[in-house]
Design a protein around this ligand. Structure first.
Ligand code: LLP
Length: 413
């Protein structure tokens, strides 16, 4: 992303030109950034660490294929995610299925496809053991602590529904033994949008402690959660340093355990977040005594993070990057007053170079949990997605049409 002659460009293409060609609103992904992010992660964890891309962050098949070519593995959460990953060329053994409240048919599907399953409760382990005695599985452990950018996004500790609580691992081993299930992996994921190394390292210690109880391990998976700077002034997580510390600790654990184990990680946001941007067009102004609302042609149906978590997304005027700034509210076109893109913990206004109707605005770092959490609320179709690379743009998902919206319904009178 750069500014050329006051206009925002992606891979050398003006954002405004992309909107003219593909329509508005539009998700745009930069292939180079996606590759760089994956490579940077791999460089921070060079010692044969399996990076399972958390495809819930963004499951566009073109992006999956690109990451498959880079050597990614997959963290999948539903049978259709597994299917998408298989279709994108991932070998079954490179996928780890970590379902939530999985019904038997979800596990049956994974087993039939040869995809390893990760079980997140004693109940799931018991049922799995009865159905597939004599096989292997991994277990998700709740290390008793969590972290994340919002309370909805903390997935460890006593208030979390995920995983076998760490004080119950002996029972897990007993249940597994009864059904001749070999526990070959321990998994955990404490939350998402973590900006400091401390919670990661503290959780790692607790997960290692819980892992000691399982004698037949081949891997330990510490999940994802690696945060990205959403604000220009924010300091990024020092991933190389975190990688060094985690790998050092892991190798000392392996010596103590008596066998080399594989470390697995499941980054989603870190890989794809900065590679994507949502471009929207300004269509309206509304003034009150307190605020100037700038209305755009998209809303929380396309990017729900500001509304759902008060999550900050940096907003640029892609049509004029400099000029006198105005303090404004960037409002979506959904019939709810919470539909504010400029919302964050501090309030709902931003200072942006003066916006005119027709200007293109860019919501930055929207590649993760943007399109993948979108909906058709207000019967507004989802936007198109485009991949840019070497000055070329390619449509990788068409803009939904009335036909796409109506397809699931029985329209017979
Ligand atoms: N592994 C597991 C088991 C997960 O549940 C998740 C995310 C990840 C890995 C990847 O986490 P990441 O590296 O992307 O932080 N909608 C929220 C994020 C929810 C994440 C859910 N699980 C948001 O927009 O902030």
């Amino acid at each position: 992303m750069q500014v050329v002659h006051n206009k925002l460009c992606l891979s050398g293409l003006e954002a405004e030109t992309l909107l003219r060609e593909f329509g508005s609103p539009l998700y745009v992904y930069e292939a180079e950034v996606l590759r760089e992010r994956f490579r940077a992660f791999q460089a921070a964890f060079p010692e044969n660490v399996h990076l399972h891309y958390a495809m819930k962050a963004n499951s566009n098949p073109t992006l999956l294929r690109l990451l498959q070519q880079e050597g990614a593995w997959i963290d999948a959460v539903s049978p259709l995610e597994v299917r998408l990953a298989l279709d994108a060329g991932f070998a079954p053994e490179r996928i780890l299925f970590t379902g939530n409240n999985s019904a038997p048919d979800e596990l049956d599907y994974c087993i039939a496809k040869g995809v390893p399953v990760n079980l997140g409760s004693l109940e799931a382990l018991r049922r799995y053991g009865e159905r597939y005695p004599g096989t292997e599985a991994s277990v998700r452990v709740n290390p008793g602590m969590g972290a994340g950018h919002h309370s909805h996004c903390i997935t460890g500790g006593p208030a979390s529904k995920f995983g076998i609580y760490h004080d119950r691992v002996a029972t897990a081993l007993k249940i597994a033994t009864q059904n001749r299930i070999r526990i070959i992996g321990v998994h955990s994921h404490i939350g998402t949008g973590i900006y400091a190394p401390e919670p990661m390292l503290a959780a790692m210690e607790l997960v290692l402690q819980a892992s000691r109880g399982f004698p037949e391990l081949r891997f330990i998976d510490f999940g994802g959660g690696f945060g990205i700077p959403h604000r220009p002034e924010q300091t990024p997580l020092d991933l190389p340093e975190l990688g060094r510390q985690m790998q050092e600790r892991f190798s000392s654990f392996c010596s103590e355990y008596g066998r080399p184990l594989t470390m697995k990680l499941e980054p989603g946001r870190f890989i794809v977040g900065p590679a994507g941007i949502l471009l929207v067009t300004t269509t309206n102004f509304t003034d009150t005594p307190d605020y100037r609302f700038v209305g755009v042609d998209s809303g929380f149906n396309h990017l729900v993070r500001p509304t759902m978590y008060g999550a900050y997304h940096h907003i640029l005027n892609a049509s004029r990057s400099t000029g006198p700034e105005q303090e404004v509210v960037i409002a979506g076109n959904i019939c709810e007053s919470g539909d504010i893109f400029s919302r964050s913990e501090e309030g709902m206004t931003r200072k942006i170079p003066e916006i005119q109707v027709g200007d293109c605005l860019a919501l930055c770092d929207a590649g993760a949990y943007g399109m993948s959490m979108s909906s058709q609320y207000n019967t507004r179709p989802r936007p198109a997605e485009v991949l840019v690379e070497n000055g070329q743009a390619r449509l990788i998902r068409h803009r939904e049409t009335y036909e796409d919206v109506i397809a699931p319904f029985n329209t017979e009178p």
